[in-house]
Design a protein around this ligand. Structure first.
Ligand SMILES: Nc1nc2c(c(=O)[nH]1)N[C@H]1C(S)=C(S)[C@@H](COP(=O)(O)OP(=O)(O)OC[C@H]3O[C@@H](n4cnc5c(=O)[nH]c(N)nc54)[C@H](O)[C@@H]3O)O[C@H]1N2
Ligand SMILES: Nc1nc2c(c(=O)[nH]1)N[C@H]1C(S)=C(S)[C@@H](COP(=O)(O)OP(=O)(O)OC[C@H]3O[C@@H](n4cnc5c(=O)[nH]c(N)nc54)[C@H](O)[C@@H]3O)O[C@H]1N2
Ligand SMILES: [Mo]
Length: 761
């Protein structure tokens, strides 16, 4: 596959100094430009006024919660506005477009070009042997999918992927369809995202979700922000951090890169913010070595242990005694970790660690730790996140007002999808309840996650791939290998809003099914429908789009699932597909019967528009095997690479939403007009005999296997020595499919061993 993304968009590289503050006027300007140029003024204004408002729609960009008290008229951020502009565009892709461009022509275009073509406006099919997509009716679509699925030797040969924008209603119906059909092959984007957080937290405290509320962030004494770039990826979080700082809280950032949003925030909702006079966010910024977080947190624990032994009351003994298990073994593990290796592994000076350890004990010890992909996408991610839990347990900073754990979710409903059962290994209680309500025996054998799905397709064990949203080929590791896997399928099918590269890597037969997005009006049999989404803090909210759909051929995700269900399964005693799709209240009534916490779901949505799901760990009830919160005692193991090699992380620029590339700039990092770049420490650059902006080839090394990706530009940047960074998804070719986190099986997108060499002339 020609996946080495094209250079056609690249202009003369424009390098500026990276920024020391985020948002302010440039962000407001950039948001409005995006929205008005894509959606037009009237449609754009309507969309923005409804974004994250109580009777509006949930922003499709990230899962950060909306404030409960005063909601600003413009409760959105630059990147949310970009996501909405992208969806609200009036440009459309129809059969004429696919007549003009063959699949090979489209493959040669860049991801940013795909994004600019507009909304897919009618269902399209690529028949066996064809070079082009052609139009197909919805009735034929459903027949074709049902026929392909029925032809498989076993339902386990089908793979049903979900991205995290799918609503609760669609997700619930989708997993029901898949389980009625007979498999648990429900991989999702979470497998590549916060799976490590879920795995670590479930085994340690019995829930896989964050335990704090937005109000608790405002009131915290100390907030650690680890491995996250909120200025770009969760910009509304900056208002919450600003509020915490104004209330006297301290924010400490732990990140190998100095990210602008964590340094200072110019709040565009405030007059001074518009003048770009920012609030300083972080009181301490620790430029940890890549993957040095486990060592750093262990060093904090070691510091505390020394203080405790010297007579200072650091540990919360009452909490530890009542609520936890495994302290003695953890203490042994702390004692076994020697200072010399901890310091070498994290690259932070001891005095700075002591300062951090002190800050974490401030005030009433209302300590909150937030984290994202910088922790989850490493080989030892689960062990590292369990160390986060360990330090919280030592000081009782969980399930107490103001203190707790906060994995910051990515996709706007990725957490809700899991709650609804989108998971290849749901717990037995979920299956029991599903079986009772729907009077069948759901399959119990665990299904494939993302990496297992890729391998199954390669081995001929996965033959039909259906994607409910997302862009599987670009989001997954090892692009060429994943692409090859998909082309081995008999059918690939994507339910999508916009054109993406996964549509161009086709099975024998391929379908593109256009669906409504969050901002679109969804009129069902009983009138306009709303859906619900769960944010990063367990709040379920209603979301209702209001823009006129760009084509009468778009179907809601629920409608598409029901269409497949009717053809594949047919109506059963408990599931009438058209009836359910006609009014989402009927789906919500079923959700209420199967999933705890949703009692009076419809009534509450109608009245309050929001419900808070119970979080047992936040109440100090531990659903672990031992019914206690469990310390872990793993040895600190930091990623090491061969002499002269580097640890590469793949990350997001300011101008993209995952695989959707809006533009070629990364404003806060000072990059203009380029994406095929690699950030390197200036001294490493010099040692390699390279000049700034020189063209280089990157080679990833995995157990003797080498993968080369040619022609990147080397950019000197303030990054620890031995570390390199390049953008996702261009750099995904370098992530070996077998390089995964222990336990969670998440691709190690932040820990790839590479070497760098000048490109041949
Ligand atoms: N605008 C916009 N918003 C988004 C997205 C988007 O693409 N665009 N994506 C959404 C999704 S799905 C997600 S999951 C989130 C992602 O949100 P983030 O996790 O913020 O995304 P990344 O760009 O992957 O950034 C990872 C951060 O971790 C740091 N890091 C890398 N390695 C290490 C390490 O070893 N230790 C530490 N301490 N830090 C490290 C990097 O320097 C970087 O700052 O954002 C969501 N929101
Ligand atoms: N190397 C590397 N790889 C990574 C990561 C990384 O940091 N580094 N991050 C990983 C993470 S955190 C994640 S979450 C995954 C993301 O993986 P995915 O969720 O698979 O990817 P997205 O780019 O978010 O999907 C974008 C596509 O979704 C479709 N879409 C948008 N809105 C809707 C909608 O409302 N309904 C439907 N049906 N479709 C819609 C559009 O067609 C669009 O092209 O990537 C992972 N891959
Ligand atoms: Mo994500």
């Amino acid at each position: 596959m020609k996946n080495e993304t094209t250079f056609e968009e690249e202009d003369e590289l424009d390098l500026k100094k990276s920024k020391t503050w985020a948002t302010g006027m440039p962000a407001v300007k950039s948001s409005l430009e995006h929205v008005y140029s894509n959606a037009g003024v009237a449609r754009g204004t309507e969309a923005l006024m409804k974004l994250n408002q109580k009777r509006g729609f949930d922003c499709p960009s990230c899962a950060w919660p909306d404030p409960d008290d005063e909601r600003a008229t413009a409760e959105f951020c630059e990147n949310g506005a970009k996501a909405v502009a992208s969806e609200a565009t009036q440009d459309t892709i129809t059969r004429e477009f696919f007549e003009k461009y063959s699949i090979a022509d489209l493959e040669a275009k860049s991801d940013a070009w795909h994004e600019r073509q507009g909304r897919i406006a009618e269902p399209m099919v690529k028949l066996p042997g064809a070079s082009h997509y052609t139009a197909i009716s919805w009735a034929e679509v459903f027949k074709l999918i049902a026929a392909e699925l029925k032809a498989l030797a076993t339902p386990d040969e089908a793979i049903f992927y979900t991205s995290g924008r799918t609503s609760n209603e669609a997700a619930f119906l989708y997993q029901l369809l898949v389980r009625l059909y007979g498999t648990n092959n429900l991989p999702d984007c979470s497998n590549m995202c916060h799976e490590s957080s879920g795995a670590a937290m479930n085994s340690a405290v019995g829930v896989g979700k964050g335990t704090v509320t937005l109000e608790e962030i405002y009131e915290a004494d100390t907030i650690l922000d680890i491995g996250q770039n909120p200025g770009t990826n969760h910009p509304r979080m900056l208002s919450a951090l600003e509020r915490a700082v104004e209330n006297g809280g301290k924010v400490v950032a732990i990140n190998p890169l100095k990210e602008a949003g964590l340094l200072s925030f110019a709040n565009p909702q405030k007059p001074m913010g518009l003048l770009n006079k920012g609030t300083k966010i972080t009181s301490q910024y620790l430029q940890v070595k890549p993957n040095g977080d486990h060592a750093l947190l262990r060093a904090v624990a070691k510091t505390w242990l020394a203080w405790e032994e010297a007579g200072e009351p650091v540990f919360d003994h009452k909490f530890i005694e009542h609520h936890t298990l495994g302290l003695d073994d953890y203490i042994k593990a702390i004692e076994a970790s020697d200072w010399e290796s901890l310091l070498a592994d994290c690259g932070i000076e001891r005095a700075e660690i002591e300062k951090l350890a002190r800050t974490m004990l401030r005030g009433k010890r209302k300590l909150i730790t937030c984290w994202a992909m910088g922790l989850t996408q490493h080989r030892n991610a689960v062990a590292t996140i369990r160390e986060v839990v360990n330090v919280h347990l030592l000081v009782g900073a969980i399930g107490r007002p103001g203190a707790g754990l906060c994995p910051v979710r990515g996709h706007s409903n990725v957490q809700g999808d899991r709650t609804m059962g989108i998971f290849e290994k749901m717990p037995a209680e979920f299956h029991d309840q599903l079986d009772e309500v729907f009077e069948f025996e759901s399959p119990r054998a665990h299904g494939f996650d993302v990496v297992m799905s890729i391998q199954a397709m390669q081995q001929g064990k996965g033959k039909v791939f259906i994607g409910m949203g997302g862009n599987f080929v670009q989001a997954s590791p090892d692009t060429a290998y994943t692409a090859e896997a998909l082309t081995k399928c008999s059918l690939t099918c994507h339910v999508s809003t916009k054109l993406n590269r996964s549509h161009l890597v086709t099975g024998k037969t391929a379908l593109i099914l256009p669906c409504l997005g969050r901002s679109d009006r969804d009129d069902g049999e009983s009138g306009d429908q709303y859906v619900t989404c769960e944010n990063s803090m367990g709040m379920v909210q209603r979301s209702q789009g209001s823009l006129a759909p760009v084509s009468s051929e778009l179907k809601s995700e629920v409608g598409i699932i029901a269409g497949i269900g009717k053809e594949l399964i047919g109506d059963t005693a408990t599931v009438r597909w058209d009836y359910l799709a006609g009014d989402y209240d009927r789906i919500r009534n079923l959700i209420e019967k199967v999933i705890p916490g949703f009692h009076n779901f419809n009534a509450r949505m109608r009245k309050e528009g929001v419900l808070e799901l119970p979080n047992l760990a936040a109440q100090r009830i531990w659903s672990t095997a031992s019914k206690k919160a469990e310390f872990s005692n793993s040895e600190v193991q930091t990623m090491k690479v061969a002499e002269g090699h580097l640890i590469l992380q793949t990350l997001r620029s300011h101008d993209q939403y995952n695989t959707t590339v809006y533009g070629m700039d990364d404003r806060y990092r000072g990059i203009g007009h380029a994406r095929r770049i690699v950030f390197l420490n200036p001294e490493d650059l010099r040692d390699f005999g390279l000049k700034p902006t020189q063209q280089v080839d990157l080679t990833s090394h995995w157990k003797g296997k080498m993968t080369v990706s040619e022609k990147w530009q080397a950019i000197p940047y303030e990054i620890p020595r031995g570390h390199a960074a390049a953008y996702f998804p261009e750099a995904n070719v370098l992530v070996p499919v077998e390089s995964v986190a222990e336990i969670s099986n998440t691709p190690t997108s932040k820990g790839i061993e590479i070497s760098v060499a000048a490109s041949a002339e």
